[in-house]
Design a protein around this ligand. Structure first.
Ligand SMILES: Nc1nc(=O)c2c([nH]1)NC[C@@H]1CN(c3ccc(C(=O)N[C@@H](CCC(=O)O)C(=O)O)cc3)C=[N+]21
Length: 297
C-alpha cells in the first residue's frame, strides 16, 4: 500500500511546536512579528500571502502586510523593505516572489537584515546553508525534510533526483540533502524539465522531488518501483470548479502512486508545510533578535 503523506497533519504538529514558542516569547514580553510584502496582482500570490497572514493570526504572531502596486518602482519596494527592516517589532520579512520584471527582487532582499530574512534567500543565509551551517532553512525545502522525517524515509545513502533548479526549492533542497546531518547524506542529482533522458534519471531514484513548475511533468512511467515521490508543484489549471481552477502538482498523481511507496498529494502535501516552516522561522528569528530562548525541534 502506498503511503500518502498528510501534509496538513504534519504541518499541524509543527504549528503546535511554534505555538509553544510564541507562548514562551510572550511570557518574556515579546510578540513575534512577521511582515509580508506583496508586489503583484496575481491571484495565487494574493492567496498565499493571505494564508500566511491568517496563519500568523491563529498563532498570535503579529502580522503586518504591505501591498505595492505592480507598477510601483524599484525605489518604492526598497523604501518599504528598509522601513520594515528598521522596525523592531518586525522580526521576519517575507517578500512574496515573483516580483514584476522591472524590479530586482534579489537586490531588494539584500537590504533585509539577514537575521530578519525568514525565507532564507539573503545571500548570507544562502551562503551559510551551502557552507553547512544554516541559520534559517528555506521554508519549502525545510518542510520537505520534515515530511520525509515524519514518513520515516531515511535519506542516508539514498539516490535523490530533484527536477527543478530554482533558488526557492531545487537549489536549497539539494544543499540540505547532501549535508552530513539527519535528513541528509543523500546522493543528489539536480535536473530540470529539459534534462536529457530525464525519465531514465528519475527512474533510478530512491526519492524524486518534482519542483519544476510544470503540471504533471513526472508520471508513473518515470518512477521506479517503491520510490518516494515529493510533489512541490502548485499549478492552477482552469476548471469548472467553484474557484474556477483546480490545483495540479508537477506529478501525475494516479500513475505515480501506483509505483511509489510514499507520495505527497497536491493540495495537502508540501504546500501546508511551507507555511508552517515560515512560522517556525519567524519564532526562531524573534528568539535570535531578542535573546529569549525557544525550543524548536
Ligand atoms: N518569498 C516567498 N516565499 C514563499 O514561501 C513563496 C513565495 N515567495 N512565492 C510562492 C511560493 C508558493 N508558496 C506556497 C505556500 C503555500 C501553499 C499551500 O498552502 N497550498 C495549499 C493549497 C492552497 C490553495 O488552495 O491554493 C496546499 O498545497 O494544500 C502553496 C504554495 C509559497 N511560496
Amino acid at each position: 500500500m502506498t503511503h500518502v503523506i498528510d501534509g496538513n497533519a504534519v504541518a499541524d504538529r509543527i504549528r503546535d511546536d511554534v505555538q509553544n514558542c510564541v507562548t514562551a516569547l510572550e511570557d518574556e514580553g515579546v510578540t513575534p512579528g512577521l511582515a509580508t510584502v506583496l508586489m503583484s496582482d496575481d491571484p495565487a500570490s494574493e492567496t498565499y500571502v493571505s494564508m500566511k497572514q491568517r496563519a500568523c493570526d491563529e498563532l498570535g504572531i503579529e502580522g503586518i502586510h504591505r501591498k505595492l502596486e505592480p507598477e510601483a518602482s524599484a525605489d518604492d519596494l526598497l523604501e518599504t523593505v528598509i522601513e520594515l527592516d528598521g522596525d523592531p517589532t518586525v522580526h521576519g520579512i517575507l517578500l512574496q516572489m515573483p516580483v514584476p520584471d522591472h524590479v530586482d527582487g534579489t537586490n531588494a532582499l539584500r537590504h533585509v537584515d539577514p537575521l530578519k530574512d525568514v525565507d532564507g534567500f539573503h545571500p548570507e543565509n544562502v551562503g551559510r546553508l551551502v557552507a553547512g551551517d544554516p541559520r534559517y532553512k528555506p521554508c519549502t525545502p525545510h518542510g520537505i525534510q520534515k515530511l520525509l522525517e515524519a514518513a520515516d524515509v531515511d535519506t542516508d545513502g539514498s539516490d535523490v533526483v530533484i527536477v527543478g533548479r530554482s533558488e526557492i526549492v531545487g537549489k536549497p533542497i539539494a544543499n540540505l540533502l547532501i549535508q552530513k546531518a539527519p535528513g541528509g547524506n543523500a546522493t543528489v542529482t539536480v535536473c530540470h524539465s529539459r534534462t536529457n533522458a530525464l525519465a531514465e534519471k528519475t527512474r533510478q531514484a530512491d526519492i524524486v522531488v518534482a519542483a519544476a513548475g510544470v503540471p504533471e511533468l513526472v508520471d508513473g512511467s518515470m518512477i521506479g518501483a517503491g520510490a518516494v515521490v515529493i510533489d512541490v508543484g502548485v499549478n492552477r489549471i482552469d476548471a469548472e470548479t467553484e474557484k474556477g481552477y483546480e490545483l495540479v502538482g508537477d506529478v501525475e498523481f494516479d500513475s505515480a502512486r501506483e509505483k511509489a511507496s510514499v507520495i505527497t498529494p497536491v493540495p495537502g502535501g508540501v504546500g501546508p508545510m511551507t507555511i508552517a516552516m515560515l512560522l517556525y522561522n519567524t519564532v526562531a528569528a524573534a528568539s535570535i533578535q531578542t535573546g529569549v530562548p525557544v525550543d524548536l525541534p
